[in-house]
Design a binder for this molecule. Structure first.
Ligand code: DCM
Ligand code: DCM
Ligand code: DCM
Ligand code: ZN
Ligand code: ZN
Length: 290
């Protein structure tokens, strides 16, 4: 995701934090004075990338599936083998274990570990971060409202911004305010869903081919199992929507129209899912600390 997506995930997670988790986050964002959780969420995309060059592949997993016919994450085909040592699943696994398992070597300071986790629980919900084809869509060149971009950036940035009514060259303070407002809306939506019983939630999703796994996996003791489920849930949307039309179609139609209309609710759903999940994950991590 671009900054709007990552900031929204973080502001939404913040709504759920226990006092202990809020303290864990405060310690991590004390990295810089004046940082809030959403500033911490984008550290991985600028300073984190520069400081840890090996962290590039930690933002995604290249599923060697065959969209749009067949999607799926397979371990260790897609990550964990010798030629593919690191990906978002292994990064979430190792960073989490370094906080939960006293015998696990800690490659990074705790504050940076938490900042990376806040970021990667966002990225693992972006469909094109769970797909190998054309380097996660970076090699598919498209138009969005008359502007040339990669399909990857369209999903990272253009669709979230347009969904929230932001101009493509929105300024930073405005984007942060938009993230805060979006998080408020998604929180209200999630609260309403929470109150519903299981049967009704299933009925509500009946028209969706891809479904959130209920209940979500939030066991910090088995981070790899959870991260694989999360990546698989997200990867479903690659076949279901993102690449469901041919690459030729994507390259020859402006994606700011009908394609955007179908994509916007998927993006909102993924960001809501990631924010609620991140809140739960941080709460579990903080609970172990005591
Ligand atoms: N990004 C940016 N400027 C930077 C670094 C990253 O605007 N110096 C944005 C561009 C992409 C996103 O971050 O939208 C890429 O990061 P991710 O891996 O989180 O999708
Ligand atoms: N930054 C970036 N890409 C962007 C926006 C900001 O890499 N699109 C980086 C530049 C700064 C850092 O984020 O090093 C924090 O920016 P600021 O000091 O303006 O808050
Ligand atoms: N990316 C991805 N899958 C890949 C390669 C890159 O999801 N196989 C993501 C990481 C960044 C964006 O695409 O969000 C741009 O990556 P880069 O700057 O490495 O081209
Ligand atoms: Zn991206
Ligand atoms: Zn990222």
């Amino acid at each position: 995701w671009g900054f709007l997506g990552h900031r929204t995930v973080a502001f939404l997670a913040e709504k759920y934090l226990t006092p202990a988790a809020a303290e864990l986050v405060a310690d991590a964002t004390a990295y810089h004075p004046f940082w809030d959780i959403s500033d911490g969420a984008i550290w991985a995309d600028w300073e984190g990338r520069r400081k840890y060059e090996e962290s590039g592949p930690w933002h995604y997993i290249d599923a060697l599936d065959n969209p749009p016919e067949r999607c799926g994450i397979t371990w260790p085909r897609d990550c964990g083998s010798e030629d593919k040592p690191g990906c978002v699943v292994s990064a979430i696994t190792n960073l989490t274990l370094s906080l939960t398992d006293p015998d696990f070597p800690s490659p990074l300071p705790k504050n940076e570990t938490v900042l990376f986790l806040i970021h990667f629980l966002g990225d693992i919900a972006q469909p094109l971060h769970t797909e190998n084809m054309s380097r996660g869509g970076n090699g598919i060149h498209v138009d969005f409202d008359g502007r040339r971009n990669s399909l990857h950036s369209v999903w990272d940035t253009d669709i979230p911004r347009k969904a929230r009514g932001l101009h493509h060259d929105v300024r930073k303070p405005e984007e942060k305010a938009a993230a805060k407002a979006w998080a408020e809306e998604l929180y209200a939506l999630a609260q309403r869903e929470e109150g519903r019983d299981e049967e009704e939630r299933v009925r509500c999703r009946a028209d969706a081919a891809c479904e959130d796994v209920v209940p979500d996996c939030v066991d910090v003791g088995s981070p790899q199992a959870c991260a694989l489920l999360w990546a698989g849930e997200t990867n479903c949307y690659v076949c279901d929507y993102v690449l469901s039309r041919s690459v030729v179609w994507l390259e020859n139609n402006d994606l700011g129209g009908e394609y955007f209309e179908g994509a916007a609710p998927i993006v909102a759903g993924r960001i809501k899912r990631a924010g609620v999940r991140l809140g739960a994950w941080l709460n579990e991590l903080a609970a172990l600390d005591d």
